[in-house]
Design a protein around this ligand. Structure first.
Ligand SMILES: [Cu+2]
Length: 441
């Protein structure tokens, strides 16, 4: 118990996170606040089946976790703590964000269609906040819009939201209070309402993540909250590649991936090596006969998409936003293009007045990854991450779906790099070359 009267409990990574649901239950506790579970581990916590309340197939949150709950009679009770957090964006860079229960985004809330939920929200931010339950049919006074449906929750106070989950699907939560600032600081989370019948649209693995964007100047720690278009940190769950968890999948598994977009622009999410079907939106499940095939699907601002596929093709398959600038970290967009230009004389002249000056690649951008340029404190190279064949030349919204025949059911540990069967990797032509190879530079 802290001096503010709130019981916090740090949940250690790797544990069974729903264990606390059994800790406190029954009407005896009706008058007390549920404890506030806190997570600081940045690795995905393996999905844990509920030990109380109705059964469901839990989701896996990339670089995140699901919020433990307690049953109080037939009410499922959660406690969200809005607070400043430290979020490692990727090894080498940490940001000062605002979030919930130790992290940005906040923990995923999971419950079941028809359940009564009671969500305590304590505000430890320096200003008022609320929570809006995006996409959910709640009583109007539970909708969380400051001034319209409730007063803002003042700093230091706790408000209670109570509603019945009307339909299953994929939802989000975020503040509707000083929205531009609070969302630019990372306040958001997923709310998954599972179907009453656990066999309805059942899959073997169900991943969730939120798409976010920040403008954090190299060398600084806090996002510039007034930025409208020129962001430099493009994230899945407030992480960038190579800090984003891979998605380990067992060959033959039915896989669902759900994502929501709370940035200022749209993000076409693309997965290599498979085609998937779009099976859900903010509006609910897409009727199976109406779901449509895609290999990339755009997610507009304030939308969610659920996609599904059968993992029949083993390998390491890239999954990324298809906007090329969104798979880069901390890049300056004012840099001039010198492809095809001989910059050696110019660079020499400029170095006389600006020692260390280096023009951006005259053979393209890849040489930037090889150049190990000195970086200011607390930032990341534009592109990084090395794979079995060298630099992956990616950052930002990029990760890998790792489909393996030998993965155990329910095993979410990173299986390492794919071992390609002999004769299945692109190879160099060693016969007679073209007579005039292109000249570099
Ligand atoms: Cu994007």
């Amino acid at each position: 118990m802290n001096d503010d009267g709130i019981l916090r409990r740090d949940i250690l990574g790797g544990g069974l996170i729903l264990a606390s649901s059994a800790l406190v239950s029954g009407r005896v506790q009706a008058a007390s606040l549920p404890e506030v579970p806190i997570m600081r581990d940045t690795k995905m916590q393996a999905p844990a089946h509920p030990t109380s309340g109705p059964d469901y197939n839990p989701v896996a949150t990339l670089n995140g976790w699901s919020l433990p709950f307690r049953m109080n009679g037939d009410w499922k009770e959660f406690h969200l703590l809005a607070e400043p957090v430290l979020r490692e964006i990727a090894p080498g860079m940490t940001a000062h964000l605002w979030g919930y229960n130790g992290q940005s985004p906040g923990p995923t809330i999971e419950a079941v269609e028809g359940e009564k939920v009671r969500i305590f929200v304590t505000n430890h931010l320096p200003e008022a906040t609320t929570i809006h339950w995006h996409g959910m049919a709640v009583p109007n006074g539970m909708d969380g819009v400051t001034g319209l449906t409730q007063p803002g929750i003042p700093s230091g106070k706790t408000y209670v939201y109570e509603f019945v989950l009307q339909r299953s699907g994929t939802f989000m939560y975020h503040p509707h209070a000083d929205e531009m600032v609070q969302m630019a600081m990372g306040m958001m989370g997923f709310f998954v309402v599972h179907p009453r019948d656990p066999d309805f649209r059942r899959v073997d693995r169900d991943f969730v993540f939120l798409i976010g964007a920040y403008d954090i100047e190299p060398g600084s720690y806090t996002p510039k909250v007034n930025e409208m278009t020129d962001f430099n940190i493009w994230t899945f769950n407030s992480r960038v590649y190579p800090g984003i968890d891979p998605l380990p999948v067992r060959q033959g598994d039915k896989v669902r991936i759900r994502y929501g977009n709370l940035t200022m622009t749209n993000h076409p999410i693309h997965i290599h090596g498979t085609r998937f079907r779009v099976t859900g939106t903010d509006g609910g499940w897409v009727d199976e006969r109406a779901s449509w095939p895609e290999a990339a699907v755009d997610c507009a601002v304030g939308q969610m998409r659920a996609i599904e596929f059968t993992a029949d093709n083993p390998g390491d398959w890239a999954m990324h936003c298809h906007k090329a600038h969104h798979t880069m970290n901390a890049m300056g967009h004012q840099v001039r293009t010198y492809i095809g230009a001989d910059m050696s004389k110019t660079a020499k002249a400029i170095r006389k007045i600006a020692p260390g000056y280096m023009p951006m690649g005259s053979t393209g951008g890849s040489e930037m990854t090889a150049m190990d340029m000195p970086l200011p404190e607390n930032t990341l190279p534009m592109m990084s991450g090395s794979g079995p064949f060298g630099s992956i030349e990616m950052g930002g919204m990029f990760t890998v779906v790792k489909i393996r025949p030998d993965l155990a059911p329910g095993d979410y540990t990173d299986p390492g790099w794919y071992q390609h069967p002999q004769g299945t990797v692109a190879y160099e032509w060693t016969g007679a070359p073209l007579p005039h190879p292109p000249k570099a530079g």
